[in-house]
Every structure is written in structure tokens, then in C-alpha cells.
Design a protein around this ligand. Structure first.
Ligand SMILES: [Fe+2]
Length: 589
């Protein structure tokens, strides 16, 4: 009898569900990809249904539900901090919701938030033993933990507790810079290279490194414990200006603040990872928690720190907590370490979400009534047709295979473009992504060619570290202002069709890279279903859309097609019902 464990993250930022069967990760997805509510924090009912369907099981086949944090301990911290006005603090809410909304009557195991992060990194790393670092805003009490993983066990060596938090430091400055907390941190990181580190002394007053793994925030400058804002007036006094209003003018000071924050964060992480290395004597490091998505810091930890190898869980934020919770439950129930891929190796891909069969997509395309080129059975011709469009400067929406788990599009739900074109970055930013012009795009590169274009000597399949661009090609669309990029190395054994597309582009142009950005417009989650992809196509400036074996060209579509698609989507069945999409969606056209 197989051991089926469902992992859940919910009720804070980005809920998600995964299915672990006999220790093998069968399925995982964020709720936002189904509900279309960005960062949806609700119990992941749709992702739960998807996981059961992907595993071909019913709820009675599930042995255990594993939840990614301890609501009672979290409640104790919330009570200590003082509940914000109107907050509903109820430590029994997760269990009640799991019982009522999922109909689950069996055992629920609750795991510590940072233990879940640690497990999501170590068990998925493939390392037999490794040092483990988790860093985020806050879990129950811990904000940073240091430990070791060996076999089926993870031991915590030390921790830093709330309110001292590198994640909340970063989020506080994010808020001061006029961006949304838990969303705008990427923007601050992208802004940093435009600034000068002339405020590092002020930043070092905000956060002071202590002995061992410890650090302290100057709490006079923060107001997140009880206040309505993240920061106090003291922070503005320290930085020499008031906070930037949301959407306000971006000045050099704002860029200098971002740069100084980034520098000080990197300093502390370098110091603490060096300490962790000295404590453990282990050559490899695993990381998770929201701060582990700071890809610039990750690159420096690997290049300048003492660890030989670094594995960062691609779903390093709270959505990935479900993976760790499920893994911990598996280790407790069986005494064995979970296997990620079934072969005992490291996590090689994140294609763990829903996929649509060629027949389903064919029916969907037919239902739209839109003219589409049908390349079924002619994959090479499809790829050549896509290369035609990329080579003439078009932006292509690329929908293929199973949806990615985690914040990055990795070639399953991506927007692709030629990275050599000088105007491509602005075009993507203004017309398609509709986001700030300063934010860089990331490239995908054939793994075998990565070393010829980047200062990178190891695979980087999840876009989790930055490195210097060393390419003989001019790559303005993917090279940041400081000469860095955040490449994804693509292995043909892991993503055959995407790799074949890159190879076809290389044959035609000599360039084995493409711009790869997520298939969504600003404010929307990444497209999950083909319906979402069609809708994004209709509401953005994307030139062409690949839906598995079908290719739609914007220029070939009839007048009013986008409005028709929009109306059509409103009439579609709820997006959280995958099987319903397969069966019922086509009935109205
Ligand atoms: Fe977290």
C-alpha cells in the first residue's frame, strides 16, 4: 500500500498543496494559479483537488495531511505582538478549514514553519548531508534558523526569533520605497544596482550583526510589531527623507537606499553562512524561506562563501512549505528520507502542476473558433515556426507541459523573446508585462552553452542565482545595469521540447538563449490553464501564442477577438475545476 501524504501551506501569503506518494513528489501547485487571485492565501481547495486528480486517488486514499506551521505557537507570537485592529486570531482555524472545506477526517500533522522550509530545501537537494539555512519574515517565532540535514533527519543548531528578522527588514524598506510588502521585494532587488551604497552606515544601524548566528534590528525604527505601518518616523530620519508614496517619483535616493539595503543583507548572509560552515564543517548548503529568493545574495554566497555547492528550494517562499511538511511527515511515518524524483537525486525540475493533453487543447482551440496553425505530429515544424517569429522580433507566449511550482516560469508557462534586440526589454516591460522599466528579464540558455555566455560553472535550472554576463553576444534584454543576469540552464533530458526550441533558435541565429519571463501581465498570477493563456494573449501585446501543438498569430485574428475571448472566459466554468474545464468548457461555443 502506497503512503500518500498531502502537504498544505495556507492562511498567510501564498497557499499551496502537494502530494507525496511513497516519498515521491507527484504533484504540487499554488492556489493562485487556479483561483486567479495573486498570492491567494486561502485554504488551497483547488490545488488540493488537483493533487488528488494528478495522483489518481480519492481522499480516502490519503494517509496523512501535513500542515506547514504550528498555529498554536504562531498564535502565541501574534498575542505577544498585539493583534492589529480587526485581525482574526484563531489557532484552530487551519484544522477547522481542513475538516470543513476539504472534508478530511483523518490525521493532521502540524510542523514548525522553519522546519518545513528546512525540509523543503534539504530533502529536495539530493545532498546526503548538508548545512541548512532558512531565512524569512517570520514563522511561529523563528525568523532565521541554522541546522544540519543528514539522511532522514534535520537538526536545528540555532535560531533568531521575532521581531529580529532579515525578511521583515527587507520588507520594511520595500514598504518605505513605496512598494507592496510580500510582493515588491523583487523590485527593490532589481532597483539596487542603479544606486550607490552611500547609506550602508545607516543600514548597519538598522540591523546589527551579533555573535554566532545572531543579529538584532533597531526596533525604534520599525513599527511592524504593533503598528499599522512597517516603519516608524525614526527610519525616515535615519535615511534622510520621508517614505516614497506608492507610484511616486523614483529618485537617486531611493535607488541608493535599495543598494545599501542589498549590500548590508549580503554582508550579513555572507557572515552567517561562513559561521554556519564553520559550525557544521559540511561542504554543501541548502536554503529556503523568502529571503532565499534574493538571487543576488545567493550568487555571492556561492561565489564568495566557503560552501562548495548551494541548493535553494525553487519554491523557497511559503508556498514551498507544503513540500517540507509533507517530507517531514513521510520521514516520521516511514523512518526514511523522501525521494524527490524516484531516483534519489536532487529536484531537477518544478513541472509539478496541471498539464493538458493534446486532445484537450485541440478541443479548446476549436471551441474558440480562432484561426490556429495545427502542428500536431510535426513538432520540428512547430519549433521552426516559433523561431521564425522570435527571429523577427516577436514576443511568443509559450504554453507546454505541466505548470511550474514556485514563483518562476521555467519554460512551461513563459513569454519568450530574442535577448539580442535592444528594444526588447522596454517592449516587454511596457506592452506585455506592464511593469517598471528598471526590472531586468532573465534568460534561458541551453545548459551545454551556459559557460560560454555566463560566469557559471554549474547547472542553474531554477533561476535562483545571478552571475556575470561574459557572452560574446550583446544581450541587452537580459543583462542588468551591473552586467549581471539570472540565467536558467535548460537540460534537454528535463525539458526536451523547450531545449529543442532553444537549439532551433541557436541553429538559426547562433544564439542559444531566449528571454524567459512568466506568462502573465502585471498583477495577475502566471497562466495556469490554456484558458488563462488565451485570456492573457487577449489582454496583452503578445504577438503569437503557442498552446502545445497549436500556434496563433495576433495578426491573423479577426476583429473583436480579444473582447470575444474576455466574454468567453467569464462564461467559462470556475478555473479551479480542471476536469470541469476538460468536460464542460466546450459546451457553450
Ligand atoms: Fe516562511
Amino acid at each position: 500500500m502506497a503512503v500518500n501524504i498531502l502537504g498544505l501551506s495556507a492562511f498567510f501569503h501564498e497557499s499551496a498543496c502537494c502530494l507525496l506518494r511513497d516519498g515521491v513528489l507527484v504533484a504540487a501547485a499554488e492556489e493562485e494559479r487556479f483561483s486567479r487571485v495573486k498570492h491567494d492565501p486561502r485554504l488551497p481547495v483547488a490545488a488540493f483537488r488537483f493533487c488528488l486528480e494528478a495522483g489518481g486517488i480519492g481522499i480516502t486514499d490519503v494517509d496523512c495531511v501535513a500542515y506547514y506551521e504550528d498555529p498554536v505557537r504562531k498564535h502565541s507570537r501574534q498575542l505577544w505582538a498585539g493583534a492589529p485592529a480587526g485581525a482574526q486570531l484563531d489557532p484552530e482555524r487551519p484544522e477547522r478549514a481542513i475538516r470543513e472545506l476539504l472534508g478530511w477526517e483523518g490525521p493532521i500533522r502540524f510542523y514548525d514553519h522553519h522546519a518545513s522550509h528546512a525540509a523543503s530545501a534539504f530533502f529536495w537537494s539530493g545532498f546526503p548531508e548538508a548545512a541548512v539555512l532558512t531565512v524569512d519574515g517570520v514563522g511561529e517565532w523563528a525568523t532565521t534558523t541554522y541546522g544540519t540535514g543528514r539522511g532522514a533527519h534535520i537538526e536545528r543548531l540555532a535560531e533568531v526569533e521575532f521581531p529580529h528578522s532579515l525578511g521583515l527588514l527587507y520588507s520594511t524598506i520595500t514598504s518605505w520605497l513605496g512598494f507592496a510588502v510580500n510582493d515588491g521585494e523583487y523590485k527593490v532587488m532589481g532597483l539596487a544596482p542603479y544606486g550607490e551604497p552611500r547609506l550602508v552606515d545607516a543600514m548597519r544601524k538598522l540591523v546589527t550583526s551579533g555573535p554566532g548566528g545572531d543579529f538584532r534590528l533597531d526596533l525604534d525604527c520599525f513599527d511592524f510589531i504593533r503598528g499599522e505601518r512597517m516603519f516608524s518616523p525614526r527610519l525616515s530620519a535615519l535615511l534622510g527623507a520621508g517614505p516614497r508614496p506608492r507610484g511616486g517619483e523614483m529618485t537617486q535616493l531611493h535607488m541608493d537606499v535599495a543598494r545599501s539595503l542589498q549590500v548590508v543583507l549580503e554582508e550579513i548572509l555572507l557572515e552567517k553562512t561562513a559561521w554556519l560552515h564553520a559550525q557544521t564543517g559540511l561542504p554543501d548548503l541548502c536554503m529556503a524561506g523568502g529571503v532565499a529568493l534574493n538571487v543576488v545574495a545567493n550568487g555571492r554566497i556561492l561565489r564568495e562563501g566557503p560552501f562548495k555547492r548551494l541548493f535553494v528550494q525553487p519554491a523557497a517562499g511559503d508556498s514551498g512549505g507544503c513540500l517540507g511538511a509533507a517530507a517531514l511527515a513521510h520521514a516520521e511515518l516511514t523512518g526514511e528520507r523522501p525521494l524527490v524524483t524516484g531516483d534519489g537525486g536532487a529536484m531537477r525540475h518544478a513541472f509539478l502542476g496541471p498539464r493538458w493533453s493534446p486532445a484537450e487543447v485541440a478541443r479548446l482551440v476549436a471551441a474558440t473558433g480562432l484561426p490556429a496553425l495545427d502542428f500536431r505530429g510535426r513538432t520540428e515544424e512547430l519549433l521552426e515556426a516559433v523561431v521564425d517569429r522570435l527571429a523577427r522580433g516577436e514576443v511568443v507566449g509559450w504554453f507546454h507541459g505541466a505548470l511550474e511550482m514556485g514563483p518562476r516560469a521555467l519554460g512551461a508557462r513563459s513569454l519568450l523573446a530574442d535577448p539580442r534586440l535592444p528594444g526588447m526589454r522596454d517592449r516587454l516591460n511596457l506592452l506585455v508585462k506592464k511593469r517598471e522599466a528598471f526590472r531586468p528579464f532573465a534568460p534561458s540558455v541551453l545548459a551545454a552553452h551556459a559557460g560560454a555566455h555566463f560566469d557559471l560553472d554549474h547547472p542553474s535550472p531554477f533561476m535562483l542565482e545571478t552571475c556575470a554576463v561574459t557572452s560574446p553576444l550583446d544581450l541587452p534584454a537580459v543583462t542588468h545595469v551591473d552586467g549581471s543576469a539570472r540565467p536558467q540552464t535548460v537540460d534537454p533530458a528535463v525539458a526536451p521540447r523547450y531545449a529543442a526550441l532553444l537549439e532551433a533558435f541557436r541553429r538559426r541565429t547562433g544564439c542559444p538563449l531566449l528571454v524567459n519571463t512568466s506568462f502573465n501581465v502585471a498583477g495577475e498570477p502566471i497562466a495556469g490553464s490554456p484558458v488563462d493563456a488565451l485570456f492573457t494573449f487577449g489582454t496583452s501585446g503578445v504577438d503569437a501564442l503557442v498552446l502545445e501543438d497549436f500556434l496563433l498569430d495576433r495578426g491573423g485574428l479577426p476583429d473583436g477577438w480579444a473582447e470575444r475571448l474576455a466574454a468567453w472566459r467569464l462564461r467559462a466554468v470556475p478555473a479551479d475545476r480542471r476536469s470541469a474545464i476538460s468536460e464542460e468548457l466546450y459546451t457553450f461555443v
